[in-house]
Design a protein around this ligand. Structure first.
Ligand SMILES: *[C@@H]1O[C@H](CO)[C@@H](O)[C@H](O)[C@H]1NC(C)=O
Ligand SMILES: *[C@@H]1O[C@H](CO)[C@@H](O)[C@H](O)[C@H]1NC(C)=O
Ligand SMILES: *[C@@H]1O[C@H](CO)[C@@H](O)[C@H](O)[C@H]1NC(C)=O
Ligand SMILES: *[C@@H]1O[C@H](CO)[C@@H](O)[C@H](O)[C@H]1NC(C)=O
Ligand SMILES: *[C@@H]1O[C@H](CO)[C@@H](O)[C@H](O)[C@H]1NC(C)=O
Ligand SMILES: *[C@@H]1O[C@H](CO)[C@@H](O)[C@H](O)[C@H]1NC(C)=O
Ligand SMILES: *[C@@H]1O[C@H](CO)[C@@H](O)[C@H](O)[C@H]1NC(C)=O
Length: 386
């Protein structure tokens, strides 16, 4: 009996001591792509090994803890377009990427890309993708081509710690993924590369984004239709086109975005800082949006609402937008642009906004049409509010 108790004690100690830094219990099953035939020399196409490893990961019931797909470090895996489909058997799934994933290096190898994305995760709930690895989209072959990494219908998604470079199009797309977090990662593509958004969000609620470094040729983060309760904190953006709500309402669409908070972000040399963009003729709204504690370094349009002002019969309604604690410089003469259509923008508040020119001695101005609201301690002064 005593021996049994001692044995149980040793088993318990062993179990407790194997909990790794990622919170994965070491006894939980791992599926290493190398064991499925991946070579990782950067030349061989390892797609089939990933597909097989994913099949086993997703098929594991999770009785011994959440299954983990492992992509080991120190290797480079060439993948053609691949879809990691759920639903999976386990209630949660880990994907540990420590190695480098590289897209095909010739367009000929890109043929099968039906979803328009290179790597797709779909219908996997409680998916956690992390690691020290790199995701390289080889975008210089065809800027504007496929998106790199897309998540759709993945509730409670967690993505962290990876380096994303040179996607041909959007680097990370999130759609229909409620309750998710994206943090501690870098996204880099040339300033001149077209359509290379950092993170593109649509139809997603309750998303927390923090501690990112984004340098691309298009929007750092774009928040599109059907999205709400989005927090973006401590993101450093630039070069790029800034953080954008929309475009909303293109081609007469009825689209909404609400409850967005952007805080403690830095824009360095970007085309826009805080942007809201809608198209005439659409409907819906953008409302309850806050930009707070924003640092600007030579940003062309630090604050901009652009409704492509004409007297179109309908428009996306913009209301409840607050800009507080802006500091820094504008590279253009017009630091603040509130260009609203005849329906108008309402409840626009600027408080403690101080923007000067990045050219010493130059002054900057603000312009506005059909904007209603108030401002306090704001330079340049906004004509509609004084
Ligand atoms: C992101 O870049 C910063 C500095 O450029 C670096 O310190 C950090 O390790 C990078 N993070 C990742 C996940 O690559
Ligand atoms: C996500 O949230 C929206 C709005 O709250 C809801 O309509 C939708 O069903 C949710 N999706 C999932 C997959 O839970
Ligand atoms: C966003 O931040 C607010 C506090 O400002 C917090 O109450 C809310 O839970 C956060 N939402 C998400 C999705 O992180
Ligand atoms: C603001 O963001 C910077 C990085 O961009 C970070 O170092 C700092 O801790 C953040 N501050 C707060 C209060 O979150
Ligand atoms: C837009 O859609 C919402 C529901 O999603 C609806 O209440 C509203 O009437 C629609 N507006 C127009 C102009 O179609
Ligand atoms: C802003 O960007 C320029 C050019 O990309 C770079 O040299 C500079 O260090 C950046 N400044 C900050 C504060 O990050
Ligand atoms: C106006 O801004 C000043 C300085 O930021 C602040 O002290 C004051 O409380 C603000 N007033 C209002 C009415 O918000």
């Amino acid at each position: 009996m005593q021996g049994f108790v001692v044995a149980m004690y040793l088993v318990l100690v062993a179990a407790l001591s194997t909990i790794s830094s990622h919170g994965i219990v070491a006894s939980s099953p791992t599926f290493d792509v190398i064991n499925y035939g991946a070579i990782g020399d950067g030349a061989n196409d390892d797609t089939q090994a990933f597909v097989k490893a994913w099949g086993d990961t997703c098929g594991d019931a999770g009785a011994q803890g959440p299954p983990t797909l492992v992509v080991p470090g120190g290797k480079q895996f060439k993948l053609s377009s691949v879809s990691f489909q759920g639903p999976c058997k386990s209630s949660s799934i880990f994907v540990q990427i420590d190695g480098k994933l590289v897209a095909p290096s010739s367009l000929r190898e890109w043929t099968a890309c039906p979803s328009g994305s290179w790597l797709v995760f779909q219908k996997v709930t409680n998916l956690n993708v992390n690691g020290l690895g790199q995701v390289d989209g080889q975008g210089s072959l065809w800027w504007g081509g496929a998106k790199a990494l897309a998540f759709s219908d993945c509730d409670n998604l967690v993505v962290s710690g990876l380096q994303h470079i040179n996607s041909p199009k959007n680097h990370i797309s999130i759609q229909h993924c409620n309750g998710s977090t994206i943090s501690n990662l870098n996204i880099t593509a040339p300033e001149t590369s077209p359509n290379t958004d950092g993170i593109d969000i649509s139809n997603t609620n309750q998303l927390n984004i923090h501690d990112l470094n984004i340098q691309t040729g298009d929007d750092c983060i774009a928040i599109n239709a059907g999205s709400s309760y989005i927090n973006i904190t401590s993101v450093s953006c630039g070069p790029g086109h800034g953080i954008s709500i929309g475009s909303l309402g293109a081609n007469g669409a009825n689209e909404t975005v609400e409850e967005v908070q952007v805080r403690n972000c830095t824009f360095n040399g970007t085309t826009n800082g805080a942007r809201i963009k809608t198209w005439q003729g659409g409907s819906g709204y953008a409302k309850s949006i806050t930009f707070d504690q924003i640092t600007l370094n030579a940003v062309k349009n630090p604050i901009i609402i652009d409704q492509f002002y004409t007297n179109a019969e309908s428009s996306v309604v913009v209301s409840g937008v607050t800009y507080t604690g802006f500091r820094g410089t504008s590279s253009s003469d017009e630091a603040i642009t509130l260009s609203c259509c005849s329906v108008g923008c309402s409840d626009i508040i600027l408080d403690n906004v101080q923007i000067t020119s990045s050219t010493p001695g130059k002054t900057v101005t603000a312009s506005c049409q059909n904007a209603h609201g108030s401002s306090n301690s704001t330079t340049p002064p906004v004509p509609c509010f004084t």
